[in-house]
Ligand binder design. Structure first.
Ligand code: C2E
Ligand code: MG
Ligand code: MG
Ligand code: MG
Length: 272
């Protein structure tokens, strides 16, 4: 199958590429519908302080049950949402929803919302954050935006200006998945993050790999020198938790402490 797009400019589609394209289009249509009809959900995973073990907040994570397909993990649909620009309204919805929910929790608890790199560059993010705060009445310092290194990859001046504008609103900014991108240390020099989340891949191998343990120790050391909070992601067992306490990591998240759960379950968890 060959499509002519212009003189001497051809585009080849194999049957597999065509099927993939069709599937992405179908997913886009279903995602648009899910947003319009209110079928997207947020689950909340506890964030826990060490060594006390107290819940200090939650990370909001998107959940989508796609008709005829079951639960589709965010890693599978965020990309489509980014390609189509749908990530902007979906992200705005998530901000509003998470702030509204968190406003009903005890006041010492915060909520973290993920912001993808594409979402960060599309217009309307600042307005979405400001209006989510206003509509919910949530104290801005209780909202934390989690961004990945992809956000800082290019457009440095614009990106820093935006990060500073968001900071000026009073919200916190966390660097997510730290250690998996490029030149992470350069970003730490340019912007003062409130929190650094050490990627799950380093935590997973804590018990059985000396390199991972050394990296976690070094990153915790850097955060301490910078006066930034550290969160270790993906803590799955007591052995990992003990090592993180020993390293002086102040905050954890992972299945060992709690899986992402529906809002009602989280509200009950922190109520008593
Ligand atoms: P993330 O922000 O790094 O979120 C952490 C992921 O690790 C979540 O996967 C969470 O369920 C999972 N996780 C937490 N504890 C453990 C553990 O102990 N073991 C293991 N194996 N996994 C654990 P999830 O919910 O599938 O989300 C995947 C990614 O999708 C997130 O990574 C984030 O990048 C993105 N995402 C999720 N919700 C949103 C959203 O509302 N907006 C945007 N832009 N991205 C989102
Ligand atoms: Mg995150
Ligand atoms: Mg992460
Ligand atoms: Mg991630």
């Amino acid at each position: 199958q060959v499509k002519e797009r212009g003189r001497g400019d051809f585009c080849f589609f194999s049957p597999e590429m065509n099927a993939r394209l069709m599937e992405r289009r179908a997913m886009e249509a279903d995602l648009r519908l899910a947003l319009a009809e209110g079928h997207l959900r947020l689950h909340y995973q506890p964030q826990v302080a060490l060594p006390s073990g107290r819940v200090i907040g939650a990370e909001a994570l998107l959940r989508w049950t796609r008709p005829g397909h079951g639960n589709v993990p965010p890693d599978r649909f965020i990309g489509v949402a980014e390609e189509t620009g749908l990530i902007a309204p979906i992200g705005a919805w998530a901000l509003h929803e998470a702030c509204r929910e968190a406003a009903g929790w005890p006041e010492h608890l915060g909520v973290a919302v993920n912001v993808s790199a594409v979402q960060f560059r599309l217009p309307g993010l600042y307005e979405a954050v400001a209006s989510a705060l206003k509509a919910s009445g949530l104290q801005p310092s209780r909202l934390e935006l989690e961004i990945t290194e992809g956000v800082l990859l290019n457009d440095t001046d614009d990106t820093l200006a935006m990060l500073n504008r968001l900071h000026a609103l009073g919200v916190k900014i966390a660097m997510d998945d730290f250690g998996t991108g490029y030149s992470s240390l350069g970003y730490l020099q340019k912007f003062t993050f409130d929190k650094i989340k050490i990627d799950r891949s380093f935590i997973q191998n804590l018990g059985n790999d000396a390199n991972s343990a050394a990296i976690v120790r070094a990153v915790v050391g850097i955060t301490r020198s910078l006066g930034v909070r550290a969160n270790a992601e993906g803590v799955e067992n007591a052995g990992q938790a003990d090592m993180l306490v020993a390293e002086g990591c102040g905050e954890v998240q992972g299945y060992h402490y709690g899986r992402p759960m529906p809002p009602g379950d989280f509200a009950r968890l922190v109520a008593g």
